[in-house]
Write a protein that binds this ligand. Sequence first.
Ligand code: HEC
Length: 278
Amino acid sequence: MLTRRTPSLLNVVYRPALFWDGRESTLEAQALSPLLGPAEHGFVTPEALMDALRDHPSLRASVATACDVKTGEIRVDHVQRALAAYERSLVSGNAPADRYLYGQENGALSAQAQRGLALFRGRAGCSACHTLGDRTALYTDNAYHPGPSPIPNSVLSRLQELASRVTELRQRGADAELTALVSQNTDIAALGRYVATLDPADIGRFRTPSLRNVAVNAPYFHDGKVAALDEAIDAELYARHDARTPIVLTTNERADLKAFLEALTSPGDPALGPDDTM
Ligand code: HEC
């Protein structure tokens, strides 16, 4: 059990920053932290990881091929590069919404999902953060915003103490320790983007997740506390509603919005890679 919901890796190639707080920017650098993380794979040192790899000739062969080196020359950074190369191949697209928006296939979306799209871009204001482009859509602005759940009292009451713990680790450049802390300490995890920037305005802000495949990606939000898509939509409508720009939707309109989100599911098993899904 870690503090956050595991983010999907689909289309991670298009993500400029990783983790819910964006504290890592390259897949190569990120790949090492779960291998060394005590609550994840738990290799004590990179050398321990390389020792373990020696018992897996076929794995060594594929790392060597991916990085164009001899098996005897494999270093830990080759392992990182090979993992990153694989992750970059996990591309999904060609969902009904893509065919409708970018493939001139008017029949790809039901009338209900089309009404949902109009709400998504219009009155419900979702596309302000879950953005759609002129030619493609990632459904994220890759920016950081407050989510629907309030910052827990256990965090607010000792903010100073938590913040100085994070600041101390950042100043020492202790990235691995910080990652271990974020993945195991719920209160530190709730600080969100702050951990990456040390800017108090970023406390409780999280990266906008893409909504691609959202209907098959439950549970929702950084803490995975919301189990169903209807509930996630309701939470978002409530969170994004304010007195100046109220969002009032009927039950039918909520169903329309959900129908549109369901049309963001790509066909096939995206884990098979782009050739099999596109
Ligand atoms: C101000 C920016 C913003 C707007 C506007 C916005 N969202 Fe979000 N959305 C976010 C962020 C940030 C999260 C992640 C929050 C968290 O995990 O605490 C999120 C999470 C979600 C999730 C959960 C996805 C997942 O994988 O966990 C859904 C579903 C969602 N939004 C739908 C919507 C819908 C529908 C609308 C329009 C009513 C909307 N959002 C409007 C920023 C926004």
